[in-house]
Design a protein around this ligand. Structure first.
Ligand code: ADP
Ligand code: MG
Length: 707
């Protein structure tokens, strides 16, 4: 949804509109429609073509028409079998006829529907027993010599408690307000790009002209809609391009190109960096050495080894006399990173600390002050790191791990904490290029190609609901042979209604723990971890699992991102059809990190062919990018990992990946505009700037919601 420039007509509450009383106001509020500007973006779902009165002899089944004639006969009857009473009128004009049928005739129609009257009908023509009929048509008298006005009538989505006719009249009023709005883009620019202004497009979408001949497209297929899709993407790209351009001129910190501390850190690791890690680190190092703030996305498939790259960058920042902050989406992950870091930090004499929400208040205060005084050089934490009470003495590098779990707002907030700092965001959700362009238009992208050596491919097998015993016996055998296992459940507790088998039958983590202990793998130490446990309990369980004291960890998706326990060699996912491919890929990435050949067992909750074929895609490839593209195809952009969590306002007109070409065009147009006029300061772009400013504000506001 793109905002419109501020305008008194649009910012007023809907109550000021003719036809909106208390009840309708309430109903629209519940839909999030509060201002006239909000209503402007409520799109018709279709149009009724009332441009022409269609003669009876031109009626064809399945068309929606305005037609008319003289009532030749009326009948009442009862439908055989169903005993439904009906009322029928038969119209004729010269050589053709049609019947109109009502199963309940509105009282006011009784008088209009007597024989010999001329009437106009509007409705959908059906063919029933070789006769054309219209069920429940609209009917109005048709006096001689009178011709109805040509009209294209928008039909809006149904809103509870608002009658369609009332909504239509309100929307007509909204459209009148739109008419008083100036164009957003300068005329010359629109001419050059051969585009019509968004305001014009919106007016046409709400009320297509009735005087144009030819077929009437659906709203989504109309030219005006396509234009709006382009503008929607253009505004997003303008916001991103402007942020990128502002970044480019900002004075940043120049860190040394070679950092002894980072090199000492790397040489203390038990392994060599892979080629992919080395080249990504090279790009990061060059960015950090340049005197402008880095904004870089580090993409790398699950397990490609992003953490050490981030830690090396943090050491570089510390070497340059600055602090580094590493932000993770969950406490489990923040603690894990901290534990990875700690021995190295000690070895190198670097003061490191952990800051997460779960700590006692006094403890948090102490850690915050160590950060503010500059004693702490590297801090690892959750989004607590960007809370207002956190101050840094001299933040030089901000790392955001698993960026897709945070909103764009959080990225911008961290950026705002230290405008000069370098920023590295990391993601293992391989975002298809299509989406990467939308979400990360303001970032440079590095990709870690390849995996650390010695990784054994994870064997993936799909099981139907009746085959779960077989899945568990594979799991039990692997655990007996010295492996460790995750069992992932779609939810924590069973729902009451599913006790009697009437609810959905998603396995719950609690029930699964029971099952694992009794039947699945009796005798193996098993425990539970989920998001509603206290952080320290959760940590104890994770530690026990990491040490190998617990052999089977039953979990919800709290373990989805980033968790790294090399001893784990089996991942069993219950209700696997319930997860997206990208998510399953993340889960599968928890195993295959150690010496043992690993297994991923996907147990479907249903027998549906569609879900099992989707799961088989998992078995067919271990390439996260390939899966992400598949996921996008299957689930659409709204649900595919990344976009919904990206913090971008939902799209109303554009559809990805369908509109990829348009996205590329929008990006090009945006860069061209921003290259000429970074701040959109030109007077003719004043309204464009207003929209982009508002969009920025909305993206930022996302922060408040996500936090
Ligand atoms: P991700 O990219 O998914 O965040 P991690 O950073 O958690 O991956 O790394 C996964 C595992 O691979 C960790 O146990 C890490 O120590 C190990 N690892 C990272 N780089 C290498 C390497 N070059 N050689 C061998 N093992 C590595
Ligand atoms: Mg990671």
């Amino acid at each position: 949804m793109i905002p419109l420039p501020s305008h008194p007509g649009l910012s007023q509450g809907i109550r000021n509109l003719k036809g909106v009383g208390q009840q309708i106001e309430k109903a629209l509020y519940e839909r999030g429609l509060r201002t006239v500007g909000d209503l402007v973006t409520l799109m018709p779902s279709r149009y009724q073509d009332r441009r022409r009165l269609v003669p009876l002899n031109e009626l064809v089944p399945e068309s929606e028409v305005l037609t008319g004639g003289v009532i030749q006969d009326t009948r009442q009857g009862v439908v055989p079998k169903t005993y439904r009473r009906y009322f029928e009128i038969i119209l004729y004009d010269e050589d053709a006829q049609v019947s109109a049928i009502w199963f309940r005739l509105p009282a006011h129609l009784r008088e209009t529907t007597s024989k010999g009257r001329r009437v106009i009908l509007f409705g959908r023509v059906q063919s029933y027993r070789h006769r054309l009929s219209i069920v429940h048509p609209e009917l109005v008298p048709w006096p001689d010599g009178y011709l109805p006005e040509a009209e294209v009538r928008p039909v809006y989505p149904e809103i509870e408690d608002v009658k369609p006719g009332a909504l239509r009249r309100i929307m007509a009023e909204v459209n009148r307000q739109l008419a008083s709005l100036p164009a957003i883009f300068p005329h010359a620019w629109l001419m050059e790009k051969k585009l019509s202004d968004p305001v014009e497009c919106l007016r046409i979408l709400h009320q297509p002209p009735a005087d144009r001949p030819g077929p009437l497209p659906k709203p989504q297929d109309s030219k005006a809609w396509a234009n709006m899709a382009l503008f929607e993407l253009l505004f997003l790209q303008l916001a991103l391009a402007r942020s990128r351009a502002r970044q480019a001129v900002r004075e940043g910190l120049a860190f040394p190109e070679r950092s002894v501390l980072a090199e000492t850190f790397l040489s203390g690791l038990p392994f060599e960096l892979t080629e992919g890690q080395r080249s990504a680190l090279g790009e990061i190092g060059r960015d950090m050495a340049a005197a402008k703030p880095m904004s870089r996305l580090l993409q790398g498939d699950v397990g490609s080894g992003k953490t050490v790259v981030a830690l090396a960058a943090a050491m570089t920042a510390v070497d340059g006399g600055r602090q580094a902050a590493i932000m993770a989406p969950t406490e489990i992950l923040a603690r894990q990173h901290f534990e990875t870091l700690l021995p190295h930090a000690r070895r190198l004499g670097v003061e490191a600390d952990l800051l997460v929400g779960g700590l006692p208040e006094a403890e948090k205060a102490a850690r915050r002050s160590a950060l503010a005084s500059g004693r702490t050089r590297i801090v690892v934490g959750t989004h607590a790191l960007i809370s207002e009470s956190v101050e840094y003495e001299s933040l030089g590098l901000a790392v955001i791990d698993e960026q897709h779990r945070f909103g764009v707002g959080q990225r911008l907030a961290l950026r705002a904490k230290a405008a000069q700092a370098d920023m590295l965001v990391m993601t293992a959700t391989p975002i298809p290029r299509t989406l990467a362009l939308t979400i990360y238009g303001d970032l440079d992208i590095s990709t870690i190609a390849g995996m650390p050596p010695g990784r054994k491919p994870v064997r993936t097998e799909v099981f139907g609901p009746e085959e779960r015993v077989a899945a568990y016996s594979l799991l039990a055998a692997e655990v007996a042979a010295g492996g460790q296992a995750y069992v992932v459940a779609p939810r924590i507790e069973s729902r009451d209604e599913s006790v009697d088998g009437n609810g959905d039958d998603l396995a719950s983590a609690m029930d699964l723990l029971d099952y694992v202990r009794r039947e699945g793998a009796p005798g193996a130490p098993a425990a539970l971890v989920h998001g509603r446990m206290k952080p320290d309990e959760r940590q104890t369980v994770m530690d026990d699992f990491r040490r190998g004291d617990i052999r089977i960890l039953v979990a919800t998706t709290v373990i989805e991102v980033g968790v790294d326990v090399p001893g784990a060699s089996v991942m069993l996912v219950e209700g696997a059809d319930h997860f997206g491919l990208a998510q399953l890929h993340q889960l599968r990435g928890r195993v295959g990190r150690g010496e043992r050949p690993s297994l991923c067992l996907l147990v479907a909750g249903t027998d549906e062919a569609e879900s099992s074929s989707r799961l088989r895609v998992m078995a067919g490839t271990s390439d996260g990018f390939e899966l992400a593209e598949e996921d996008l195809k299957i689930r659409g952009p709204g649900d595919a990992a990344g976009l919904r969590q990206s913090g971008l306002p939902g799209l109303t007109w554009a559809r990805l990946p369908r509109d990829l070409e348009m996205l590329l065009k929008a990006r090009e147009l945006a860069r061209e505009i921003i290259d000429n006029d970074r701040e959109l300061a030109e007077p003719s772009f004043k309204l464009v700037r207003e929209v982009v400013d508002e969009l920025d504000r909305r993206i930022q506001a996302e922060l408040a919601e996500a936090g």
